[in-house]
Design a protein. Structure first.
Length: 306
């Protein structure tokens, strides 16, 4: 609780433009966003850096994107996990289709952040945490649905779908309308259960439990409850969505002092498939396990910790 309160104070100070002094030069300040996956990825970074003998100042779960990003730019933190797709917002280029391509989006945000901010993007995970449509596993198996193209075909032959989603997902041009346009289907009001707020845990549970006839859910690709509750993410083969691959972002000056950090973290992030992230997130969000313990167990089980 004290660590969380300290993080909140830091966030307010940064927003107010009166940030506290930076950590000691030999200390790496590791932060993350406030969500479950942020806690997991932040702890993977922190545990590995400590194992390598570096002193870590823990600011994990510091706050939402804008707070953590501002802290990094201000030099108040040194490294945190970010998503490639947020480069579209950072550099005001949301309309650029480069962000819909996993490799090109990563290369673009890496180039722009290094050029403009001396921030280095390390290796990105081969997983996408963008908006997705997930369906019940029994439906996917019975109808052989694996992609959104399959869903469009299924709907075209009057297949029954009822999607639980937030109003933002239903109405935002970049969300459900983008899927509908790319794949040539339309969900009418009777096929939608619009829930208050944007909590994917609620939409996923509605589909898993069949609440009000729901058998599909708005989700994020690496949501923990998906695998735990037997839902399947439909592949977006036409890249209707911006791609959000997680990767550590570090200040260039810090990496210059500790160049070994890249070789420490790159293999770990390369190992984080979408299935692995879903499972690890589920341990925290569904089973209630401690994020640091989950991170440490994963690193040890996969040979990253001696």
């Amino acid at each position: 609780m004290k660590a969380a309160f300290a993080g909140l104070i830091l966030a307010f100070l940064i927003l107010a433009g009166c940030a506290p002094p930076a950590a000691a030069a030999d200390t790496i300040v590791v932060a993350s966003k406030i969500d479950t996956e942020g806690a997991l990825l932040g702890n993977l970074i922190a545990v590995l850096l400590r194992r390598d003998g570096l002193t870590v100042d823990n600011k994990i779960q510091l706050g939402p994107t804008q707070i953590v990003r501002r802290a990094l730019l201000a030099g108040q933190i040194d490294i945190y996990p970010e998503y490639t797709g947020n480069g579209a917002i950072f550099f005001a280029s949301e309309a650029d289709l480069v962000w819909h391509d996993p490799a090109r989006g990563y290369d673009e945000v890496k180039r722009l952040d290094l050029q403009r901010n001396n921030l280095v993007w390390l290796e990105a995970a081969p997983a996408n945490n963008s908006w997705a449509i997930a369906i019940r596993g029994d439906l996917a198996k019975a109808q052989r649905l694996a992609t959104l193209e399959d869903l469009a075909t299924y709907l075209g032959r009057n297949g029954r779908i009822r999607l639980a989603a937030s109003a933002e997902f239903v109405e935002s041009p970049g969300a459900l309308p983008a899927f509908e346009k790319a794949y040539g289907f339309t969900l009418v009001r009777a096929q939608l259960l619009t829930l208050v707020g944007g909590d994917t845990a609620a939409t996923i549970r509605a589909a898993a439990e069949g609440i009000s006839g729901v058998n599909a859910a708005m989700a994020y690709g690496t949501d923990g409850p998906l695998a735990a509750l037997g839902l399947v993410v439909l592949a977006d083969d036409k890249r209707a969505q911006t791609v959000y691959r997680p990767a550590p972002v570090i200040r260039g000056a810090v990496l210059a002092q500790h160049p070994e950090i890249g070789s420490l973290l790159d293999p770990v992030f390369r190992s984080l498939s979408i299935e692995r992230l879903q499972a690890l997130n589920a341990q925290i969000a569904v089973e209630g396990d401690d994020a640091e313990a989950v991170a440490r167990t994963y690193l040890r089980a996969n040979g990253f910790l001696r």
